[in-house]
Write a protein that binds this ligand. Structure first.
Ligand SMILES: [Zn+2]
Length: 678
């Protein structure tokens, strides 16, 4: 069961900047000045002007796909979490206590000798059941048990508030089951995707051979399995077509699921999955299940068996012997561009976080989260909220009736800052020192049961879908809330009080807080009301005025060719781009009210407004490998960092004025082509 952490409908936004600096001379060091590349004019490419110096001096390490601000925070957090894990492992703690769970999990994840010795024994019972399959009618309980163990095949599913009744939890079935990140990898015929498909077929055969299948059978099975997944990809909707909440919502009684796919044993599946206390499911893409039915009846059982075997091994490969983990890494690097594997301790922490990230977070905030910092950002949320309230009052394209609804929604928007008020209870998760992969499976089962246990119940609005230490933030439309974990306030190398307001309003006020608040009013978020229900509060004319503006921003991003022949997907990234543009507008409006702005002093040659724009760009300092960039453009709802800076800024007269941008400059856009939404 995919839990909320990966939920598509939430606007999850790597958004905040953090600041890094080795300060040999604190008095003269300026984090904004230090990273510029003044050989590029700001009017030519502002992203490069603001960050190019740092990027040139900081090449991407071999084990990373990107290198920038986000990575520096993540690296700092990894070493903090390592301390937490090591301390837990060094104590003797009662069974079921947080120390015992963290400590034992960490010990097995670090014990590579044991992982080698255990081999595939933990997976053998599932392999045996797959081998014994004679007919697709017996597939369903195996798919359910694989899902509980952490291997997600055939389709996706999750538990989330019913979009049309945000008080109740619902069970959603979604397209899924592919081994590559998006349908485009299967269907696009350019040379890059063609060679990736070839590499995938080789990889499937390699993984089957690692399970003992002989090479000619493995090779034939790989060809058949790739053909099967290609048909699944064809049946899947495009990335941009998954964002419309109305078009991806169809309620079906559970007893009606066989009408969509009769050959799949739904009663056995739901029962094995523990799905009860509800009588209906929301099916995101009903036509996907109908296509699945065709595939179930027309694909030989041997191909299905190869498909299941491959995915079980691939999905759990991190916790398996080196020969398997290395093979999986060799494949994954096609999408990440990483040249080397991360060291064992980092992989162990990632695994521990997936299992019990909130337990680590509980300790993390005790050690590393400063309550004064929290107070600063709680206040900043209110300042930004006020800025949007003022903007709403002055919007000329919106009627008073829609405006009133928008104001109510804004006033009701909840904020969660730092860490949850209530912590989850993990005492029922049975972690021991027997084996890493067994612990991975146990944690996956625990999470599955935790999610399924919500069905039929009222929504718990206090729950967090990110860990406190996570360097990210989100807006959840079903809860009308913004969530800002403590991790986004981590500032490697600098203390929060060392940052001037321009920097803080740019990187935190605009690119995170303003951005998240605007998600409540982007092309998706605007469809939800103040209680989190999918319910229209717009007049027809206002809706048309909004859609026109959204189309303009879609066109702007569609025009960008980020790699030769590969344009950005304006429609898929529209929500994020609307949030970026609105976030900058709100951040600047709030910043103009500060004492620092009124004093109008320049620092290191930059005016306050110039520093605000540099502060925003700071958060997007990033070097990206080409493989990963290609992956992001095909699978991510966010534009790459460079365009999250240059894209919105070209629409802002205040930016043009601050950096003397003139007609003919690449960053220039005439007033008639500037998009203004919020
Ligand atoms: Zn976002």
């Amino acid at each position: 069961m995919a839990n909320l952490r990966t939920h598509l409908l939430m606007a999850v936004c790597i958004g905040i900047a953090a600041c890094q600096g080795r300060r040999e001379d604190a008095a003269r060091y300026d984090i904004l000045y230090a990273r510029t590349d003044t050989s590029t004019a700001p009017s030519q490419d502002f992203f490069h002007y603001a960050n190019g110096g740092w990027i040139a001096r900081n090449p991407i390490p071999d084990d990373q796909s990107t290198w920038g601000m986000a990575n520096l925070v993540v690296e700092e957090n990894l070493s903090r979490l390592r301390t937490i894990c090591e301390q837990a492992a060094g104590r003797k703690a009662p069974a079921g206590s947080p120390e015992q769970i963290i400590g034992d999990y960490w010990k097995t994840a670090m014990d590579s000798l044991r992982t080698e010795r255990d081999g595939l024994t933990a997976l053998q019972p599932l392999f045996d059941r797959i081998d014994a399959l004679n007919d697709v009618s017996a597939l369903a309980p195996i798919v359910a048990d694989m899902r509980k163990a952490g291997s997600h095949v055939l389709f996706s599913e999750w538990v989330y508030p019913d979009l049309k009744n945000s008080e109740r939890m619902s069970y959603t079935i979604w397209q899924g089951g592919l081994g590559m990140p998006d349908r485009d990898y299967y269907l696009k015929d350019d040379s890059s995707n063609t060679s990736i498909r070839k590499a995938y077929r080789t990889h499937i055969a390699r993984m089957l051979m690692l399970q003992g299948v002989d090479s000619s059978r493995a090779s034939a099975a790989a060809t058949n399995m790739l053909a099967l997944e290609t048909r699944m990809a064809k049946a899947s909707r495009r990335l941009e077509d998954l964002r419309d909440p109305y078009a991806n919502y169809q309620k079906h009684p559970l007893t009606g699921l066989p009408k969509l796919a009769a050959s799949f044993d739904w009663p056995a599946y739901l029962s094995a999955n523990g799905i009860k206390s509800i009588d209906s499911a929301i099916v995101g893409q009903p036509e996907y299940l109908s296509s699945m039915e065709v595939l179930l009846t027309s694909t030989p059982i041997e191909t299905w068996k190869a498909y299941l075997r491959y995915h079980l091994l691939q999905d759990l490969s991190d916790a398996l012997p080196e020969r398997i983990a290395v093979a999986a890494f060799d494949f994954n690097r096609l999408f990440t561009g990483a040249r080397a594997r991360k060291p064992q301790w980092k992989r162990a922490i990632t695994s521990t976080e997936v299992a019990v990230g909130e337990l680590l977070g509980q300790r993390y905030v005790k050690e590393y989260f400063n309550e004064n910092v929290k107070a600063r950002y709680v206040q900043l949320v209110e300042d930004i909220r006020l800025a949007l309230q003022e903007r709403l009052a002055g919007l000329t394209w919106m009627s008073d009736s829609t405006r009133q609804h928008a104001l109510v929604k804004l006033a009701s928007m909840k904020k969660k800052v730092g860490y949850p008020d209530q912590w989850k209870d993990f005492s029922g998760m049975h972690i021991d020192t027997v084996s890493w992969v067994r612990n991975v499976i146990e944690a996956s089962r625990w999470w599955h049961n935790f999610e399924v246990g919500k069905l039929g119940k009222l929504v718990d609005r206090s729950e967090w879908s990110m860990y406190p230490q996570t360097y990210n933030a989100y807006y959840d439309p079903s809860n009308n809330e913004i969530v800002l974990p403590a991790g986004i306030f981590t500032v490697p190398g600098l203390r929060d009080e060392e940052l001037d307001d321009a920097t803080v309003y740019g990187y935190a006020g605009a690119s995170t807080i303003g951005h998240e608040i605007i998600h409540g009013f982007d092309d998706d978020g605007r469809k939800f009301d103040e209680k989190g229900n999918l319910q229209n509060w717009w007049t027809k004319a206002d809706e048309a005025a909004f859609v026109r503006r959204a189309h303009d921003i879609i066109r702007q991003f569609d025009e960008i060719e980020a790699l030769p022949g590969l344009h950005l997907n304006g429609k898929a990234t529209a929500g994020e781009n609307i949030a970026d543009l609105g976030g900058v507008v709100l951040g600047l409006q709030s910043y103009r009210k500060t004492k620092e702005f009124r004093e109008n002093r320049s620092i290191r040659g930059f005016t306050p407004v110039q520093r605000f724009f540099l502060g925003y760009a700071l958060g997007w300092t990033e070097n990206t490998r080409e493989e990963y960039l290609r992956n992001l453009i095909q699978t991510d709802f966010h534009a790459p960092p460079k365009y999250r800076v240059n894209g919105p800024f070209a629409n802002l007269p205040a930016f043009h004025e601050a950096f003397d941008v003139r007609p003919g400059d690449p960053m220039y856009r005439p007033d008639s082509l500037m998009v203004r939404i919020w």
